[in-house]
Design a protein around this ligand. Structure first.
Ligand code: HEC
Ligand code: HEC
Ligand code: HEC
Ligand code: HEC
Length: 137
C-alpha cells in the first residue's frame, strides 16, 4: 500500500515537471501558442543555401517589447490593421515568390531581410551580418 502511493507520487511529480516544462517554452498569445524559440524554416524556401534561422519569438515580443505589428500584418487600404487575436499566417502565404519581388509584393527573401535586418540596423542592436543569423551549415 505504502509502496503504491510512493509510485503514484513519483509519477505525478514527473507529470507536473513535464507540464511546467511545456508551459515555460511556449508564448501564449490571443492568436495562439508560439514556441519561445524556433527555427523559422519557412516552407516557401524550397531548399536552403544557408541554414534555417533560429528566432527568439518571446524574447523579441516580450523582453524587447516589440508590438506584434512590427512583424505581422494584415493590410486594409494601405494600413496595417493586425491585432493580437487575428490569425497569423506564414509569411510565405502572401510573399509567395522565394527570390524575386512581384510588383509591390516583396519576395520572401526580401520580406524577411527587410523586416529583420532593417530593424536591427535602425536600432543599432541585433545582428546584421549574414553569419550572425545564418550559422555556418
Ligand atoms: C537579421 C537576421 C538575418 C541576417 C543578418 C541575414 N539573414 Fe538571410 N534570412 C533571414 C531569415 C529570417 C530568413 C528565413 C529563414 C528561414 O526560413 O529559416 C533568411 C533567408 C535567407 C536565404 C533563403 C534561404 C536559404 O538558406 O537559401 C538566403 C539565401 C539568405 N537568407 C542569405 C543571407 C545573406 C547572404 C545574408 C548576408 C548578406 C543574410 N542572409 C543575412 C535572416 C537574416
Ligand atoms: C520581431 C518579430 C515578431 C514579433 C514582434 C511578433 N512575431 Fe509572431 N512570428 C514572427 C515570425 C518570424 C514567425 C514565424 C513566421 C512563419 O513561420 O511564417 C511568427 C509566428 C507567430 C505565430 C505562429 C504562426 C504559426 O505558423 O503557427 C503566432 C501565433 C504569432 N507569431 C503571434 C504573434 C503575436 C500575437 C505577437 C504579438 C504579441 C507576435 N507574434 C509578435 C515574428 C514576430
Ligand atoms: C496576409 C498576407 C501577408 C502575410 C501573412 C505577410 N505579409 Fe508582408 N506584406 C503583405 C502585403 C500585402 C504587403 C504590401 C503592403 C504595401 O502595399 O506596401 C507586405 C509588405 C511587407 C513588407 C514591406 C513593408 C513593411 O512593412 O516594411 C515587409 C518587410 C513584409 N511584408 C514582411 C513580412 C514578414 C516577415 C511576414 C511574416 C512574419 C509577412 N510579411 C507576412 C502581405 C502579407
Ligand atoms: C522591430 C525590431 C526588430 C525586428 C523586426 C527583429 N528584431 Fe531581432 N532584435 C531586435 C533587437 C532590439 C535586438 C537586440 C536586443 C539587445 O541586444 O538588447 C534583437 C536581437 C536579435 C538577435 C540576437 C539576440 C537573440 O535574441 O538571439 C537575433 C538572432 C535576432 N534579433 C534575430 C531576428 C530575426 C531572425 C528577425 C526576423 C524574423 C528579427 N530579429 C526581427 C529587434 C528586432
Amino acid at each position: 500500500m505504502k509502496k503504491c502511493s510512493i509510485a503514484v507520487f513519483v509519477v505525478l511529480a514527473f507529470a507536473m515537471t513535464a507540464l511546467m516544462g511545456t508551459m515555460a517554452i511556449a508564448q501564449d498569445t490571443k492568436s495562439g501558442k508560439v514556441p519561445d524559440t524556433f527555427d523559422i524554416k519557412d516552407p516557401g524556401f524550397k531548399k536552403y543555401k544557408k541554414a534555417p534561422v533560429k528566432f527568439t519569438h518571446k524574447e523579441h515580443s516580450v523582453d524587447f517589447k516589440l508590438a506584434c505589428t512590427q512583424c505581422h500584418h494584415v493590410y486594409k487600404d494601405g494600413k496595417n490593421v493586425f491585432k493580437d487575436g487575428d490569425k497569423v499566417e506564414k509569411c510565405s502565404k502572401c510573399h509567395t515568390s522565394p527570390k524575386k519581388n512581384q510588383g509591390k509584393m516583396l519576395s520572401l527573401y526580401n520580406a524577411y531581410h527587410k523586416n529583420c535586418r532593417t530593424c536591427h540596423k535602425k536600432a543599432k542592436k541585433g545582428p546584421t551580418k549574414c553569419n550572425q543569423c545564418h550559422p555556418k551549415k
